[in-house]
Design a protein around this ligand. Sequence first.
Ligand code: 13P
Ligand code: SF4
Length: 365
Amino acid sequence: MTTFAAKTLVSQEYKALPPEVLKAKIARKKSEWGKKLVILMHHYQRKEIVPFGDHLGDSFGLSQKAAAEVEARHIVFCGVHFMAESADILARPEQHVYLPNPYAGCPMADMAQIEDVFFAWDEISRLVPADEITPVSYMNSAAVLKAFCGKNGGIVCTSSNVTKAFNWALSQRPKIFFFPDENLGLNAARMLKYDPADIIVWDFKKERGGNTPEQIKKARLILWKGYCHVHTNFRPEHIEEMRTRHPGVKIVVHPECIPEVVEKADAFGSTNFIVNYVKEQPPGSVIAIGTELNLVSRLADEHPDKKILDLSGQTCPICVNMFRTTLADLAFTLDCLGEVNEIIVEEDIKKDALLALNRMLEFLK
Ligand code: 13P
Ligand code: SF4
């Protein structure tokens, strides 16, 4: 269980303030706190928030920053709930972690509820000894799931190191149980040249996940049936259309997209990978990106010498949860540090989740 300290409110009074006033408030608090305050910023955050980040990055980079942070007393995570939870797990006992908008969750992370995972583990263990399976959890998961992995010899991974995680897991035990993103798992499996016959999908709503006992016994990779509703917007037809309309276009996508999209793209990788990919293309390039729209439009602003396009062209792939955090939320949280929007992971969960996160930081660099 994760709890929020005291108040988990977004101040109505702050919402009414003009952006310039809010920006001045944030800047004032940053200068008052100096190195005692660190703001971690995910790439999908709103444009007006991004300049206030001390570190801007993907889930892996930001967790490395959270783990290495020694001076800060307060760590404010502009991202979604699982990111702030992970920062709290990695933080020192005297540090406090905050999520400026307490309603910013990740629907994909919510698709793997711990009770359903326990139930699945139990069903699988009746057919395959549990010590033959390494559980691997995507960073986009609740702390309690990371704790489950830690406790059972497993590991956490992000989109930037999922293939390394699978290799590590296989060096421990012959089978992998990966959750909650089926597409990321399929894309990693393709990279690692898995035989599709060795992969099964676990639909927790069905008995034995919708598989026969033989399929479960034979499987080398069991993938939880979860997905990101933002990235599954992108379709192979978008790529075909883009290539017809813009011959020579470069297409880069996030690996939460379906495999049929990832296969047709020129490159794929984490949000950091996408940012660097765009930087590396020569002036005049046309680049279509299959990821969250806030990042795509910020990259378009930052690279006026390149034509940056949203791959879908029409589906408006916005992560509403990433979009929730406003200047008002950040200003309010900074003005009330220690009183609002603190993320506290319970100690027993923290202990096991830390095992899995530390394995990632140690083995998947
Ligand atoms: P990254 O780790 O690539 O930043 O991705 C996080 C995420 O939530 C993508 O939807
Ligand atoms: Fe979750 Fe998808 Fe939003 Fe990433 S983009 S935080 S996976 S809902």
